[in-house]
Design a protein around this ligand. Structure first.
Ligand code: A3P
Length: 300
């Protein structure tokens, strides 16, 4: 596997956001070469916001005519969601000049790239963007664990204090976290037909409602027959933490980008920060969040 340790060191600030060396190359090629189509669907997150889950759900919804969601041969049973729905900039990082035009529409992609750094063709098209965010305390805890899982052993583990300090200063992969979220939040207010803003916490609390909302947004709402057949429940069952994390394919092996498949599944809960952050850390994150989101209408 490729040596692509997360979080530290992050060396480049580009258009106001932090990037690794290898991955910034991908962002630049993405900006230069990607041609968005109006029928494209782009899933956007900052790392550890529930991307894997959103990818699985979106793949299941948009491909449900071709692949019945209750089928034992469903592609999600044999493939990690990151293989079925790649991060565009990571594909470009390995293949700087790419042509995605042969992929049949609607094309389903993912990205961590902040709004400001998306290719012009995305800004100027009517392609659909789904942004999923997660409360910063759980996100930070998830990011911290993830980064140490991916970090080569000889580099030693990052301490939580070290990663926390950087995170609060805005230095995290694709960070600052708050500006990343706000970029898409503001765009979702401006262009609600093209940008759907979701929260991991809502997906956990009302998964059925969110999945129906997604299907509608993608232009393929569930029919009365599908509702009767329990397709929404089957989508949720196929994609929930328990199912995905227990699949053989997600317990072993590596993604083309070099990360372990299993690194994307840890606990999948809301509120795990209580087991990891001190009261001071939680308070500091709350204060930053309140300050940064003030006046935006966005709350956790
Ligand atoms: P935790 O570390 O809190 O468990 P991403 O996919 O953006 O990298 O985010 C990973 C986080 O989402 C991890 O959070 C992971 O456990 C959780 N996750 C992965 N698959 C999930 C699923 N199907 N349902 C809910 N959470 C999931």
């Amino acid at each position: 596997p490729k040596n692509r340790g997360w979080v530290i060191p992050i060396v480049h600030q580009y258009q106001g956001f932090w990037h690794h060396d290898w991955q910034l190359q991908g962002v630049l090629s993405y900006q230069k070469h990607f041609q968005a189509q109006d029928t494209d669907i782009l899933l956007v997150t900052t790392p550890k916001s529930g991307t894997t889950w959103l990818k699985a759900i979106s793949f299941a919804i948009t491909n449900r005519i071709q692949y019945h969601v209750a089928s034992r041969d469903h592609p999600l049973i044999k493939n990690n969601p990151h293989v079925l729905v790649p991060f565009v900039e990571y594909v470009y990082a390995d293949n700087p000049i790419l042509d995605f035009s042969a992929i049949p529409s609607p094309r389903l992609f993912a990205t961590h790239v902040p709004y400001v750094s998306l290719p012009d063709s995305v800004h100027n098209s009517n392609c659909k963007l789904v942004y999923m965010c997660r409360n910063p305390k759980d996100l930070f805890v998830s990011l911290f664990h993830f980064s140490n899982k991916l970090r080569p052993q000889h580099m030693g583990a990052n301490s939580m204090e070290e990663v926390f300090e950087l995170f609060c200063e805005g230095v995290s992969l694709y960070g600052p976290y708050w500006e990343h979220v706000l970029g898409f939040w503001n765009e979702s207010l401006r262009r609600p037909k093209e940008v759907l803003f979701l929260k991991y916490e809502d997906m956990k609390a009302q998964p059925g409602t969110q999945v129906r909302k997604l299907a509608e947004f993608y232009g393929c709402p569930f029919t009365a027959e599908e509702e009767k057949e329990g397709i929404v429940e089957s989508v949720l069952k196929l994609c929930n933490f328990e199912s995905l994390s227990n699949l053989e394919v997600n317990k072993e092996g590596y993604l083309p980008t070099g990360q372990m498949n299993k690194a994307f599944f840890r606990k999948g809960e809301v509120g795990d920060w209580k087991n990891h952050l001190t009261a001071e850390m939680a308070e500091r994150l709350d204060m930053i969040t309140e300050h940064k989101f003030e006046g935006s209408g966005l709350k956790f």
